[in-house]
Ligand binder design. Structure first.
Ligand SMILES: *[C@@H]1O[C@H](CO)[C@@H](O)[C@H](O)[C@H]1NC(C)=O
Ligand SMILES: *[C@@H]1O[C@H](CO)[C@@H](O)[C@H](O)[C@H]1NC(C)=O
Length: 282
């Protein structure tokens, strides 16, 4: 091949690569209308004679909690919109997409399975969904046992209806999943029950997803900043003492659940906290 032709071919290939890279990434936290958001917190209300599927929603733009017009199991709510790349992947495996589902209370993994099972007690009480493509990804920490259901578009387990549940979604860039993998392993002792992580994706995430690596020491709680795609800093919450008792007498249950969620996600911004606190106590 002549040098000029070769150069042209290389240039063309380069353009194609750039074009692909430039494609909009689908893997982002999404609100009830499917619009990308940097982060959100969702609070599913406990079942008080209404079926237990209503939820409150908050992100940067809502200025506090808003009651969603969707149901938690809806196919067009924030959860469904956020999980869409995963639900699509069940149908048709797309290249350059990876996920890990971890939960200490596992969904049934086959029709014949009679009883629910739990993760071995050496793993942490942590629950979450990690999904990413080559550009961005989502870390959705939550409190819902058996969520999401195993490889099904009907992602919401009915067993989640009765109690209040919390979800916190943050959009990160692809490279942050190295650190997220480490945190899932070291800090959360996450029990991965389903995953598919391409070989080219961060090893730290692959090994925790495949349960092929275990923390060598007791989990240590390092303070580690993670920065969301839009530059919001989320910091480790392990030693964070904010919601002192008696600060807010009403909404104790709500507070409890938010605190539980924060303990479990172990990431939250200070600004977020103030939002949560103000909206709970006003
Ligand atoms: C979702 O976000 C978009 C863009 O910020 C906004 O226009 C829309 O109103 C939001 N949807 C809901 C249901 O709040
Ligand atoms: C969250 O963690 C704090 C400190 O570790 C603890 O005092 C509190 O009881 C925990 N909250 C819940 C709801 O588990």
């Amino acid at each position: 091949m002549e040098m000029a032709t070769y150069r042209t071919v290389v240039a063309l290939l380069f353009c194609v690569v750039v074009l692909f890279q430039g494609c909009e990434s689908d893997v982002k936290c999404r609100n009830d209308s499917g619009a990308e958001v940097d982060w959100y917190i969702l609070y599913k209300l406990p079942n008080v004679k209404d079926g237990g599927l209503s939820y409150l929603y908050m992100d940067e733009s809502t200025g506090g909690w808003r009651r969603s017009t969707e149901k938690i199991n809806s196919r067009s709510g924030a959860l469904a919109n956020t999980l869409k790349p995963l639900l699509d992947f069940y149908n048709r495996k797309t290249e350059g997409f990876g996920y890990m589902l971890y939960n200490d209370q596992l969904p049934k993994q086959s029709r014949n399975q009679r009883r629910h099972t739990n993760a071995p007690s050496s793993f942490g009480h942590s629950k979450g969904v990690v999904m990413l493509d080559r550009q961005t990804g989502v870390w959705l920490s939550h409190s819902t046992p058996r969520f999401p259901t195993y490889r099904s578009k009907v992602f919401w387990p009915q067993s989640g209806n009765a109690n209040a549940q919390t979800f916190m979604c943050v959009t990160y860039s692809h490279d942050d999943f190295r650190e997220i993998g480490s945190q899932c392993k070291q800090k959360l002792l996450a029990y991965s029950y389903d995953s598919d992580i391409p070989k080219t994706f961060p090893n730290e995430l692959r090994c925790v997803a495949q349960r092929s690596c275990y923390p060598k020491k007791k989990p240590w709680f390092r303070e580690k900043m993670l920065t969301s795609l839009n530059g919001q800093q989320f910091h480790s919450f392990a030693k964070y003492k904010r919601f002192g008792d008696g600060e807010c007498s009403q909404f104790q249950m709500l507070k409890f659940h938010v605190r539980l969620m924060i303990n479990m996600t172990s990431i939250v911004t200070e600004q977020n906290l103030r939002h949560i606190f103000n909206s709970l106590c006003s």
